[in-house]
Design a binder for this molecule. Structure first.
Ligand SMILES: Cc1cc2nc3c(=O)[nH]c(=O)nc-3n(C[C@H](O)[C@H](O)[C@H](O)COP(=O)(O)OP(=O)(O)OC[C@H]3O[C@@H](n4cnc5c(N)ncnc54)[C@H](O)[C@@H]3O)c2cc1C
Length: 452
């Protein structure tokens, strides 16, 4: 049997969407000497990105400040917003909700934006491996230390074929999971380290998209239409979007919340029916469909975000659940979370390649309310990323990396909360990080206070 090849990097990023690429670019900008590897399961960067989106450029403005002077795929500024309520025959124009105004935004092919970001990342020295899915996490002593890529040449029945090639073991000081909605490795890390403990369950929708080339006479570049109502009933969450952009292109999509009650409802057929509405049909008449696809969206919002940090890595972008639900936009959030993650990692990684593995962990300098030091041992950089997601109820300021605990392990028994200032008197209301903050003084023999 062929040997598994092993490679070492400072950071391995799984997923070449906006989150992973922004993280890679930012890392190389901050620490050009770091070795950064990015895995993408699609045959090329952008191949698995569902095209056609309105994106807010503010994360891009921070990531590549001079992007407006470069040749980029952001060519169509959003010019007009229409928000419609549809009945079977009629369309009523409603005021556009404030968060859905698109002045300053751009209508793009997100796949093209990712291809361009991929080139920017490569120009900075990121090693991009398209066609390599991250298949499993490598764990040692309760810490993720790398990623296994998928085996090649496996027969349909799962046995090795004549061209069998075992996947590579990519070892890294930190692994960043940027796989998008319901990423397989992110799901594994969340379950393994109990990162969703105390959080709302994640919820999902399905988005079906089509890209059309329409009659030039009907094309209104920069027009953004969102609809609610028909063909969905008032108990089913969902709606449509229609964006005119590029050279006579229209990106049309239909989103349905996956908690729909009618078991006979087919999101695909509703999407097709929608195109026959008298207010919508004229956009497509005389045009042709170029491509189509479907993908899940995270819809749980802020309260469903898992803990973002696990021993040896981080989760960013849609894999964590950073889609801004009221705006129905996730690309800028994905990019920003990737950038913040990169800044946190760069703080924890020394200048020389491989330095993080040798980096001494130091005592957390954060203070509790009473001024007592936390004292827990963190890699320095991770704390700032972690501060994006504080425990909601108990605002213990000093947070530690969550301790790995098997998912099926019984919950810790209910204990009274010792600090005098805790108003609930229970430790059970805390997230894992908060629980650690409660437990730590007992372990370290330090006094502690917190707010609850
Ligand atoms: C129908 C629809 C419409 C949308 N419209 C908009 C919009 O108008 N504006 C907006 O801002 N946002 C929109 N979004 C949301 C936006 O697409 C996401 O928020 C954004 O793409 C998230 O970026 P990401 O990098 O986290 O994940 P993704 O863009 O999903 O990228 C993840 C990448 O990781 C790769 N990958 C996954 N698993 C693995 C693995 N195990 N190994 C290797 N590679 C892997 C995938 O192939 C993919 O390339 C829309 C989403 C949908 C579904």
């Amino acid at each position: 049997m062929a040997e598994r090849e092993r490679m070492e990097f400072d950071v391995v990023i799984v997923g070449g969407g906006p989150a992973g690429l922004a993280c890679a670019i930012r890392l190389k900008e901050l620490k050009p000497d770091l070795s950064v590897c990015l895995l993408e399961k699609g045959g090329e960067i952008g191949a698995h990105i569902l095209s056609g989106a309105v994106i807010e450029p503010r994360a891009l403005d921070e990531l590549i400040p001079d992007w407006r002077e470069k040749e980029t795929p952001l060519k169509t500024p959003a010019r007009e917003d229409r928000f419609l309520y549809l009945t079977e025959r009629r369309a009523f124009r409603l005021p556009t909700p404030p968060q859905m105004h698109n002045e300053g935004n751009f209508i793009v092919s997100l796949g093209d934006v990712c291809r361009w970001l991929g080139r920017e990342a490569e120009a900075r020295g990121v090693e991009i491996y398209p066609g390599f899915p991250g298949a499993d996490l490598v764990e040692e002593e309760g810490r993720v230390v790398g990623v296994l890529t998928g085996d090649m040449g496996v027969r349909k029945d799962g046995t090795p074929g004549p061209n069998y090639q075992p996947g590579m073991e990519l070892r890294a000081a930190y692994v960043v999971l940027a796989e998008g909605c319901r990423g397989s490795l992110a799901k594994r890390a969340i379950a393994r380290f109990g990162l969703d403990r105390g959080r709302d369950p994640q919820t999902y929708a399905i988005g079906i998209k089509e890209l059309w080339e329409i009659d030039p006479k009907r094309h209104q570049p920069g027009l953004v239409i969102h609809t609610i109502g028909w063909p969905l009933d008032h108990r089913t969450y969902g709606g449509s979007f229609l964006y005119h952009f590029g050279e006579n292109l229209v990106s049309y999509g239909f989103v349905v919340g996956l908690d729909y009650r009618n078991p006979w409802l087919s999101p695909f057929e509703e999407m097709q029916r929608f195109k026959t509405h008298p207010a919508i049909r004229p956009h497509f008449e005389g045009g042709r469909r170029l491509s189509y696809g479907a993908r899940a969206l995270v819809e749980g919002g802020w309260q469903a975000l898992p803990e973002l940090v696990f021993p040896g890595g981080l989760i960013i972008g849609d894999a964590a659940g950073f889609l801004h639900v009221p705006k129905i936009k996730g690309s800028h959030m994905a990019m920003k979370s990737g950038m913040v993650a990169a800044e946190a990692l760069a703080g924890g990684l020394g200048g020389a390649p491989g330095a993080a593995r040798r980096l001494p962990r130091r005592a957390c300098p954060n203070l509790g309310d009473g001024g007592a030091p936390c004292g827990a041992q963190h890699p320095p950089g991770l704390r700032s990323f972690r501060s994006l997601r504080r425990p909601r109820q108990c605002r213990a300021r000093h947070l530690s990396l969550p301790r790995p605990r098997p998912v099926d392990a019984p919950s810790p028994p209910s204990r009274p909360c010792e600090p005098a200032s805790c108003r609930t008197g229970k430790a059970d209301h805390l997230s894992q990080a908060g629980r650690d903050a409660h437990l730590r003084p007992a372990l370290l023999g330090l006094p502690q206070q917190h707010q609850s």
